[in-house]
Design a protein around this ligand. Structure first.
Ligand code: FES
Length: 135
């Protein structure tokens, strides 16, 4: 089943769009959407060197020249393939999440994941959340 996540306009040209999904075992996981030269890709929001290290810590992942930069040790992952050929995470690949893009809308099509909410795990989007206020 495909669930609408966001519009392609919501994905920043540099940085990332963060959202939370539920795994089949009920655990929560964060996913980032990043803009490519042509399209959008989706990755689990953690580094392959130290898997408790988030790439997007709530303010968008650092990006340069089509690569996602790990904030801890600076390894860079190709935003299209997820592959890293440098630094501490060299030889690893980010965990891909299946999405599809239709008419400018991005859908989660990964059968093992269920869309929960926009933002990180701790950002449940409830009334006390201020992170998405538009001022
Ligand atoms: S935790 Fe990402 S490169 Fe070390």
């Amino acid at each position: 089943m495909a669930t609408l996540i966001a519009s392609t306009d919501d994905v920043p040209e540099s940085g990332s769009y963060l959202f939370t999904v539920e795994e089949t075992d009920g655990s929560l996981e964060e996913v980032i959407l990043v803009a490519l030269a042509d399209g959008v890709s989706a990755w689990k929001n953690f580094c392959q060197h130290e898997t408790d290290q988030r790439l997007d810590r709530g303010n968008g992942a650092a990006m340069r020249d089509g690569e996602i930069i790990c904030p801890k040790h600076g390894s860079m992952f190709d935003a299209e393939s997820g592959y890293c050929d440098n630094g501490k995470a060299a030889g690893s690949t980010l965990v891909e999440v299946e999405i599809s893009v239709r008419h400018g809308q991005i859908y989660l099509t990964d059968d093992d994941l269920e869309f929960r909410h926009e933002g990180g795990i701790d950002d449940d989007g409830g009334p006390s959340s201020t992170s998405h206020l538009q001022l």
